[in-house]
Design a protein around this ligand. Structure first.
Ligand code: CP
Ligand code: NVA
Length: 304
């Protein structure tokens, strides 16, 4: 058995993803009943954060504690990572001391280099290219509210960013139709789009993506690391607000997701975000906890 990593949604096959989602739903129910399992007793998760986080940090740290283990928060500001120690050296050292590592970073290659030199499973907790843990939570949320996403129509409205790339991978894994509406110049990576074949189409008008959709998702227009482009992006994304009017073009049963944090009045209206008949963002955020606990269990059980 080799060491399994989770750098993108493609690192698990469809059957494995189904197992993780089912287990996430089960762990959520067990937690609601006050039943705990402690498969991580005496285990430690190293958490490397090169970018800010609320949900990811709290869900991994709380999840590890709930499973009997503990988590170490490692910031480049107070480790040698911020002083230029090579990733490969850090990976070899840290992975001899902890049992699993999660990394939130900029370039995706940092994760790949770390994983290549790690003795223990490495989890992508967001890179500039992908945010696969968020997709586990999003899929769990869709399954809980509407059943299997397979064969559905999903609309992504906004930036062709890390979240959009992970939605493309989800379209490949779950075989749903993904329509991406983004302004010219903000398309997702062409090779990632191409990998999904005819499951993914790119349009310019949000209505064209949302028409008849079962699931509508968006994200901020300027991601972490793009702060200096904020002003230019506000102009480029004019007309891409997801609100009740846009949702009126979707299937009447459609639900809305956003990984959060949200910028009310920019990519999503405050009214839609708060409309719990359509918006499932709070369940989606909570599911980070359950989905990642299931993921960590899976990686531990399937690695040596
Ligand atoms: N959605 C998400 O990853 O949130 P954080 O940046 O707060 O971790
Ligand atoms: N696309 C956003 C997601 C935040 C959870 C970012 O990378 O900042």
């Amino acid at each position: 058995m080799a060491t399994r990593h989770f750098l993108s949604l493609m690192d698990l096959n469809r059957e494995e993803l189904d197992t993780v989602i089912e287990r996430a739903i089960e762990l959520k129910a067990l937690r609601a009943q006050g039943i705990t399992t402690e498969p991580f007793r005496d285990k430690v998760l190293g958490m490397i954060f090169e970018k800010s986080s609320t949900r990811t940090r709290v869900s991994f740290e709380a999840g590890m504690a709930q499973m009997g283990g503990s988590a170490l928060f490692l910031s480049p500001r107070d480790t040698q990572l911020g002083r230029g120690e090579p990733i490969e050296d850090s990976a070899r050292v840290i992975s001899r001391m902890v049992d699993m590592v999660m990394i939130r970073t900029f370039g995706h290659n940092v994760l790949e280099r770390f994983a290549a030199h790690s003795r223990v499973p490495v989890i992508n907790a967001l890179s500039d290219s992908f945010h696969p843990c968020q997709l586990l939570a999003d899929i769990q949320t869709y399954v809980e509210h509407r059943g299997s996403p397979s064969g559905r129509v999903v609309a992504w409205v906004g930036d062709g960013n890390n979240m959009c790339h992970s939605y493309i991978n989800a379209a490949r894994q779950y075989d749903f139709e993904l329509r991406i509406a983004c302004p010219e110049g903000y398309d997702p990576d062409q090779s990632i789009v191409a990998s999904a074949g005819d499951r993914v189409t790119i349009v310019r008008k949000p209505e064209d993506a949302v028409r008849g959709a079962d699931w509508v998702a968006t994200d901020v227009w300027a991601s972490m690391g793009q702060e200096t482009e904020q002003h230019q992006r506000l102009k480029a994304f004019e007309g891409y607000l997801v609100d009740h009017e846009l949702m009126s073009h979707a299937n009447s049963e459609a639900i809305f997701m956003h990984c959060l944090p949200a910028h009310r009045g920019e990519e999503v209206s405050a009214e839609l975000l708060e409309d719990e008949n359509i918006s499932v963002v709070w369940d989606e955020a909570e599911n980070r906890l359950h989905a990642q606990k299931a993921l960590m269990e899976f990686l531990q059980e399937n690695s040596n």
